[in-house]
Design a protein around this ligand. Structure first.
Ligand SMILES: *[C@@H]1O[C@H](CO)[C@@H](O)[C@H](O)[C@H]1NC(C)=O
Ligand SMILES: *[C@@H]1O[C@H](CO)[C@@H](O)[C@H](O)[C@H]1NC(C)=O
Length: 422
């Protein structure tokens, strides 16, 4: 085994020295070559011997990282090395004439370079590799490669409809611009941007990339498909709002005698309003598309308002003059409900509201509330109903209705949202 390894080692060494031998050339060779090539070279002229022909510019983007995606300000920043390749017909040489030099690495300021710019940029439009004094790799056949590590900040229209399961497509549009625009044709060798060096982002997944050449070789478009990682929003926003909205319904189970009902429901309304503000800060301030989640929050807030309204009403009923009789529509509805209700719930005597009733009976002994509001035995007779009973009944009905609306509404909303987003 070690023999084999030693053998491989020797083989590798000899291959390396062999290659090195072929590529061994002196600085003077390179100097000579560069001097010869710079003589009579004009970097302002498109490097085609026949100037009526088009120059083909191969362009390729490697996405290295998403630095930031700011959907509120509609901006994406990425780091992405761009590889530009073209053929400079005046830079062809015979390596044998220069001691075997087959590759020249020089600063781009000496030779012609294309000027490809990002059009939907947030900053000044500088050509790729134009700002920096970047290296060109020139082969003896005239092939030139420019590898420019760039940071692009581009505008991006976010689509937050399905927040926090939202997906966005950001398109970076490049084009070649200089006096020779019509004679430089962009070309690319793949339909996707390279992601070999991509470092994942913590908040956004890069799902896919798409690359296309459009406008007859004038435009190079790179589309990045981003998807939010929703866990953060679910834990910090959605779960608390859902929990709060369920707490909200408990208002109806709070005994009226405690005097806490209004302050309780208003506290929860305020808490929900705070979350509404937070969501507002996290979303772009645009009216279309609106986030469906904002509507959900609005619905929760409306429900909360309704609960406060109903609480007011129930409190008013509770404190009505006992000497006045409950009459008219209210009475018939109450009796109807009472009957229905008693038939259903009779066997279950351990319900919390029942406990509340018992307590009520203790407190109001002198007031002759002899019948509990849910005195089921009397439900079959045509009973008289007091305001307090009516108030309790309203509470019960509101509790059941609100809970049902909340459960059904939330389940439907989130399953629909989930289905639509995927
Ligand atoms: C230059 O290119 C054009 C277009 O390809 C061609 O028609 C023309 O003959 C070429 N001229 C020379 C001198 O080769
Ligand atoms: C496309 O060209 C670039 C630059 O030369 C290269 O790095 C990349 O591997 C090529 N991709 C394909 C699919 O050939």
């Amino acid at each position: 085994m070690s023999l084999l390894r030693g053998f491989t080692f020797i083989l590798v060494i000899s291959v390396i020295s062999c290659v090195a031998q072929v590529r061994s050339y002196m600085m003077s060779d390179v100097k000579q070559l560069l001097e010869d090539k710079l003589t009579d070279y004009n970097r302002d002229i498109r490097p085609m011997l026949n100037q009526t022909e088009d120059l083909i510019l191969d362009i390729h983007m490697e996405v290295a990282a998403i630095v930031e995606f700011d959907e509120v300000n509609q901006k994406i920043i990425i780091t992405a090395p761009m590889i530009l390749q073209w053929s400079d017909e005046s830079l062809v040489w015979n390596p044998a004439d220069y001691g075997g030099v087959d590759e020249l690495i020089v600063k781009s300021r000496h030779f012609w370079t294309p000027s490809v710019i990002l059009t939907n940029t947030f900053t000044a439009m500088t050509p790729i590799g134009g700002g920096a004094d970047i290296d060109l790799v020139i082969k003896s056949n005239g092939g030139v490669t420019l590898n420019s590590p760039d940071v692009f900040s581009a505008t991006c229209d976010p689509d937050v409809t399905y927040f926090p399961w939202d997906k966005h497509t950001c398109t970076l549009l490049f084009l070649h611009t200089n006096p020779y625009t019509n004679h430089v044709i962009l070309r690319t060798n793949s339909t996707k941007a390279g992601t070999a060096y991509y470092a994942p982002h913590r908040a956004w997944d890069l799902e896919d990339t798409e690359v296309k050449i459009s406008a007859g070789g004038a435009h190079y478009e790179v589309s990045l498909h981003l998807r939010r990682r929703p866990l953060f929003v679910i834990v910090n926003l959605i779960a608390p709002v859902i929990l709060l909205s369920f707490l909200n319904v408990l208002t109806f189970l709070t005994p009226t005698e405690t005097g806490e009902r209004l302050s309780y429901s208003i506290t929860i309304l305020l808490a929900i309003a705070v979350f509404l503000t937070i969501v507002g800060d996290d979303l772009p301030k645009i009216s279309s598309p609106m986030s469906v989640f904002s509507y959900y929050l609005l619905a929760v807030l409306s429900l909360s308002c309704f609960i406060i309204f109903a609480t007011f009403y129930s409190l008013n009923l509770y404190h009505m003059d006992e000497n006045k009789e409950v009459t008219g529509l209210w009475k018939s509805i109450a009796i109807l409900l009472k009957r229905r209700y008693s038939v259903k719930v009779e066997p279950d005597s351990s319900e919390p509201p029942d406990l509340a009733e018992n307590k009520l009976a203790d407190v109001d002994t002198e007031k002759k509330v002899t019948k509990g509001p849910f005195d089921f035995n009397s439900a079959t007779e045509a009973p008289n109903i007091t305001w307090k009973e009516l108030s309790k009944l309203v509470d019960r009905v509101c509790f059941v209705v609100c809970l049902a609306v909340l459960l059904l509404g939330s389940t439907m909303f989130f399953s629909l949202l989930n289905a639509a987003a995927f």
